[in-house]
Ligand binder design. Structure first.
Ligand code: GLN
Length: 308
């Protein structure tokens, strides 16, 4: 296959760009090796191609959000989930205290406010924190096709500095959007963000979304087609935060970024793509990751609004 050579060339073309900076509000992430660089592609028939540091583990961070949202929709149904977290782009950055004025409902599940709610809605009604986290690990592992584990150092590091997320969780509790102790909600969400993945894992996770919710490597169904449609739609409009409109016009695929430097895109019916490079732009999106995806769109004609 020409794909690995193509990916290697693509990495080479962005390698010299050292602009941007690692996230500094999570001390453990600030210490990450900023020069790591990887790209991976998983087709819907289950072939994984990669280049660079594609087997290096890093914490998934906000790329967990679409997958946990998918689990919440699967576990609680659309009506309950939509009543507590809406689907409108906020145009705000990922950690804005951005809630609808009257109801206190977060505007979408890709910003932290909404992600805290999705975490609280995963697992069966009445599930305790441990049972819910088991569901999240099982679910994200099914998307990845291997058992994922928590990076305890990243978890502790973020939890001790999670002042904004605690503020958000307190607001959500005050509005009765979440029913639990706000600190428990923040701990669960932070733990989910600390799950370790590789760029290869992320490509398989994205490919599961591109493949109607069936993991193309393991063959295992993870979530239903209606859930996938909902998740990909929200990724398209909200996945890149206040950079979402620019992303959708330039790159044109549903995507999600995370502050550890990962980035995924899903091409429905075709493939999942992932990149990893820790230096971030002002929106908190990976600088070289965004460049790579722009290149992929130009070279592979993957913009969803282009007529094939
Ligand atoms: N855990 C991070 C936070 O809540 C995730 C943010 C991100 O990846 N954009 O701040």
């Amino acid at each position: 296959s020409p794909i690995p050579d193509y990916l290697t060339d693509a990495l080479r073309s962005v390698a010299a760009d050292t602009s941007g900076a690692t996230a500094d509000y999570i001390p453990e992430l600030a210490q990450a090796d900023p020069d790591r660089l990887a790209a991976a592609l998983c087709t819907v028939d289950g072939h994984v191609y990669s280049a660079g540091d594609a087997d290096v583990e890093f914490s998934i961070q906000s790329i967990s959000k679409p997958f946990v949202y998918a689990l919440a929709l699967a576990d609680r149904g659309f009506d309950e989930v939509l009543s507590k977290v809406w689907v409108e782009p906020s145009g705000d950055s990922f950690n804005q205290i951005s809630l609808e004025p009257e109801s206190g409902r977060p505007r979408n599940p890709m910003i932290n406010a909404g992600a805290l709610v999705a975490t609280s809605l995963s697992g069966p009604p009445g599930a305790g924190a441990d049972q819910r986290f088991e569901r999240i690990v099982d679910g994200l592992s099914a998307f990845a096709g291997r058992r994922l584990e928590v990076d305890e150092a990243v978890y502790e590091s973020e939890l001790h500095h999670a002042y904004r997320n605690r503020a958000l969780a307190n607001m959500l509790r005050a509005h009765d959007i979440i029913a639990e102790d706000p600190l428990v909600a923040v701990a669960g969400y932070t733990r989910q963000c600390s799950l370790l993945v590789t760029t290869d894992d992320l490509a398989v996770m994205a490919a599961t979304l591109a493949n109607r919710g069936v993991n193309p490597v393991t063959g295992r169904p993870v979530v239903s087609a209606p859930v996938v449609r909902q998740v990909l739609s929200v990724m398209s409009t909200c996945g890149m935060y206040d950079g979402a409109g620019d992303w959708m016009t330039r790159v044109g695929v549903p995507a999600k970024s995370g502050v550890s430097g990962g980035l995924i895109g899903a091409l429905p019916g075709q493939a999942g793509i992932a990149t990893f490079s820790p230096r971030l732009d002002r929106h908190g999106n990976s600088v070289r990751g965004v460049d790579l995806f722009q290149r992929f769109t130009a070279d592979m004609g993957m913009h969803l609004m282009d007529v094939p």
